[in-house]
Design a protein around this ligand. Structure first.
Ligand code: MN3
Length: 203
């Protein structure tokens, strides 16, 4: 298993005005890059070097904090980047839309519950939409944990990630996390989330 640092799938300034270019540049080229580099250092020369991230996460409680924190940071940001697009926003279509409606009653109700989970995440962490036992579940994790980890309260396959670390929004929004979340809906790439959903359901 070889790990690579992924390209950002769009330009730093392409999510403006919702997420500013400076935030994206620092977040991707500094924060994400550092998680990746430290993850590689933590697993290099160990038995973990040949394992997939998912296999590592499945037993994360048995590994060093550096693997948990940096492996999580490496993976979580990939999901977060890939769920956003300059052409995002609007509403989901396809099978995901049907499942969101049957689980939450309406798209607005889903958005409210997801935003609340993100707002209520104490300190640094992520809000997630996951597929757990073929059902959609909203959950959140602290620091760089994620729902693939054996330590997670709700375990499942992540299909949508929202980074609520202050580094994700502080330049534009300072302490106003709810404003960042409101803006973020405008860049969510529902086609990508729907694809994640269909992939998770076909496992
Ligand atoms: Mn981050």
């Amino acid at each position: 298993m070889s790990h690579t640092f992924p390209e950002l799938p769009y330009a730093y300034d392409s999510l403006e005005p919702y997420i500013d270019a400076k935030t994206m540049e620092v977040h991707y080229s500094k924060h994400h890059r550092t998680y990746f580099d430290k993850f590689i250092s933590a697993v290099e020369g160990t038995d973990l070097a040949s394992l997939s991230l998912k296999d590592i996460f499945a037993n994360i409680s048995q590994h060093a904090p550096a693997v948990r924190n940096n492996g999580g940071g490496y993976y979580n940001h990939i999901v977060y980047w890939n769920c956003m697009s300059p052409n995002g926003g609007g509403e989901p279509q396809g099978k995901l839309k049907q499942e969101l409606l049957s689980t939450f009653g309406s798209f607005d109700e889903f958005k409210q519950q997801f935003a609340q989970a993100a707002i209520n995440t104490f300190g640094s962490g992520f809000a997630w939409l996951i597929v757990k036992d073929k059902k959609l579940v909203i959950t959140s994790t602290s620091n760089q944990d994620n729902p693939l980890m054996d330590v997670a309260q709700d375990k499942g396959e992540p299909i949508l990630a929202l980074d609520v670390w202050e580094h994700a929004y502080y330049i534009s929004y300072q302490n106003r996390r709810p404003e960042y979340i409101d803006a973020w809906w405008n860049v969510v790439d529902w086609d990508a989330v729907n694809a994640n959903y269909e992939a998770a359901m076909s496992v």
